[in-house]
Design a protein around this ligand. Structure first.
Ligand code: NAI
Length: 253
């Protein structure tokens, strides 16, 4: 029970990796605040936690709204305390080359994937610093580590998230607070399923993708949640400023 008597705040907790992270933290004893712009998704995650006799609150939150993020994190910290901040909310990019991505789409991706993580860190850090302990886990991507075509805006945000995490690890270390990033490869969540469904032959597209992994499959969201929970827990007490690639061997060859 690595998160007994701890509170974990998860953005984008209403689906995919965020949902599995929330569930895993709850199973390991945490009170979980499930924040998502999709109210229904967040409530479903909370219901699943309550089915496990766990403790969770749903908060409808758009991570691009810095004031709302601060208010939600302050409220969670006042009610439950705050030990772990998981900045996971993110959106995908249309499958287009850079020059065909509209500026509106680029700005939206930057706002959610980069500024949203910034807003979560900005809100959580004062609480973690004040108590002199805690951990931040930011969800970046393999697209922030290696080049992937038709992902330029997404990659720009994910590379930025990974590097800003290293930067804040320096700022926070002296306060007893750790900050790490997880860089998942393709993981079987609604985000990826949606992208595959847009292809002419979704099944063939999935198989082509799977062949690129040493393990010959996509990740399960539970496997990314396991890595997030490792970095969030005392098992990683001497790990900070790390970009943990969880990619089924995509980058090993
Ligand atoms: P998902 O689409 O299943 O879940 C994302 C969640 O974030 C959704 O519940 C959505 O409502 C929420 N969200 C979106 N915009 C938001 C906003 N402005 N404010 C608050 N919540 C918002 O996606 P998945 O796959 O679980 O992705 C989670 C994170 O993992 C994202 O940051 C994504 O970029 C990253 N990632 C995913 C990979 C994959 O292959 N699925 C690979 C690498 C990284």
């Amino acid at each position: 029970m690595r998160f007994e008597n701890q509170t974990v705040f998860v953005t984008g907790g209403g689906s995919g990796i965020g949902r599995e992270t929330a569930l895993r933290c709850a199973r390991e004893g945490a009170t979980v605040v499930v924040a998502d712009v999709d109210r229904e998704g967040g409530e479903e995650t909370v219901a699943a936690i309550e089915d496990l006799a766990g403790d969770a609150d749903a908060v409808e939150l758009d991570v691009t709204d810095a004031d709302a993020v601060r208010d939600a994190v302050d409220a969670a910290a006042d009610t439950h305390g705050l030990d772990v901040m998981v900045n996971n909310a993110g959106i995908a990019q249309s499958n287009d080359p850079l020059e065909e991505v509209s500026l509106e789409e680029r700005d939206r991706i930057v706002d959610v994937n980069a500024n949203g993580v910034w807003n979560g860190c900005r809100a959580a850090i004062p609480h973690l610093k004040a108590q002199g302990s805690g951990a931040i886990v930011n969800v970046a991507s393999l697209a922030g580590v290696v080049g992937q075509p038709w992902s330029a805006a997404y990659a720009m945000t994910k590379g930025g998230v990974a590097k800003m995490t290293r930067s804040i690890a320096w700022e926070l270390g002296r306060h007893g607070v750790r900050a790490n990033a997880v860089c998942p490869g393709f993981t079987d969540t609604p985000m990826v399923q949606g992208g595959l469904e847009e292809r002419d032959d979704p099944e063939a597209a999935r198989e082509a993708l799977e062949r690129r992994y040493a393990l010959k499959r996509l990740g399960d969201p539970e496997e990314i949640a396991a890595a997030i929970c490792f970095l969030a827990s005392d098992d990683a007490s001497f790990v900070t400023g790390h970009e943990l690639v969880v990619d089924g061997g995509f980058t090993c060859g």
